[in-house]
Design a protein around this ligand. Sequence first.
Ligand SMILES: Cc1cc2nc3c(=O)[nH]c(=O)nc-3n(C[C@H](O)[C@H](O)[C@H](O)COP(=O)(O)OP(=O)(O)OC[C@H]3O[C@@H](n4cnc5c(N)ncnc54)[C@H](O)[C@@H]3O)c2cc1C
Length: 463
Amino acid sequence: MSYDLSNSAPPAPTRASGSINQRTENVCVVGAGAAGLTAIKNLREYGFGVDCYERETGVGGAWNWRHDRSPVYASAHLISSKPFTQFPDFPMPDSWPDYPHHSQILAYLERYADHFALREHIWFGTEVTRVVPAEDGRWDVTISGARGGGSDRTQRYAAVVVANGHNWSPKIPSYEGQGDFAGEIIHASAYKDPAQLRGRRVLVIGAGNTGCDIAVDAAQQSVRCWHSSRRGYWYAPKFAYGRPADQIGDLVSSFGLPLWLRQLLLQRTLRRTVGDLTRFGLPKPDHKLLETHPIVNSQLVYYLGHGAVTPVPDVARFTHDTVEFVDGRVAEPDLVVLATGYLPRFEFLAPELLNVDAEGRPRLYLHAFSPAYPTLAVAGLLQPDSGVFSLMHWQTVTMATWLRLSENAPDKANAYWRRHHHQFSQRYNRAKVKDSTRHWFEISHVEYLRALQKALTEMESAL
Ligand SMILES: Cc1cc2nc3c(=O)[nH]c(=O)nc-3n(C[C@H](O)[C@H](O)[C@H](O)COP(=O)(O)OP(=O)(O)OC[C@H]3O[C@@H](n4cnc5c(N)ncnc54)[C@H](O)[C@@H]3O)c2cc1C
């Protein structure tokens, strides 16, 4: 199996030509999903003017199911619980459940935008097509009407915060014989509604959270469901001891125990609550807990136990009518759903601007700041073991503080930058996370927040 990574090749960093509108008092934010919204709010609170460009017609990004690139499907609920997901200064309503539905998360982001009056800073239906460095650390940002409408315009900004999301560009595997397969093959990004599975013979490839959700939908809708996973995983339930599982995990983290003891305690908790999954035909995990992104799903085990989902290993090859697995078993699906994840994509930025390595992975200080360009940052490029909104909040507070320090005390800012900009290989995760594109931005929320707090303290003391 191989993956096509060619979609991560953006244009060369030439300078923009033609007339340029000067917006040099302002910061440009690309995207009005959760990360872009909190970036606007925090930059405004630190006194910056902000122009945000959003290619869609509304806020919410991934959670806005009306958007053609939204990865959410009808049955999607949060997998991180409410208090571990919400922005620290904007709680979700008490009346909402522990794991709200995706439509509630969109409503929450819309209310956040209204509450902090963010929409007046957003140009909707406007796509950023090019970002190139100009003199003095400024940036020339070319925008155009989304989907080819309107003519290009280039504006010069003091800084750019990229918040374009990393869950919209499908990672498509290619298997031997795939082209000859007579059935239908879709990526999970094209899966919206369980009706798509009704009466079909479905193979779901991939055991991330999306793959498990789709297998659960297929268990209820399809005539047959196979679920292919490359390795054994730890499947955490949504609730343990009557509480959301991430809250139990966080409680254990708060004891300050060494990683090995935490892994042991959490693995024991899973054995007691979920049990031995090899009984259901799933492979034994080939790694310790916390070494892969958490899978949180209580229903998959239930449907495995009902025989409604047949676990199978990695795909070996496709034939005209069948799919063969590496253990020699064969399935005859008429629909294959590739729940194989997404890749980050920055088609408007040259790779060197984000210190992109040979594999296509941006190497950024704090997973946020471009090491060679102190006025270019990426918000939300994180895959935490927890909800992400609060991390985005503190990450963009750090960006705003950094830009404020650069403006108010440039010498101190330069000294800070010299001390830290090369720290782009830090992992913010004590666990030995599996080396795969899925784990490029995998972080422990506790360790990442500590690193942000340290950076903020150092910057604030210099302000
Ligand atoms: C199925 C699923 C379940 C998830 N569950 C959880 C969960 O339980 N908890 C959690 O915390 N997170 C979860 N996530 C992660 C989710 O991606 C984040 O919560 C969050 O939505 C990411 O926000 P973002 O702003 O970084 O990116 P997005 O929400 O993708 O927003 C990016 C925005 O940028 C815009 N944009 C992109 N390129 C351009 C351009 N060139 N010009 C102008 N605009 C542009 C897009 O239109 C979009 O609006 C889940 C993701 C998926 C796919």
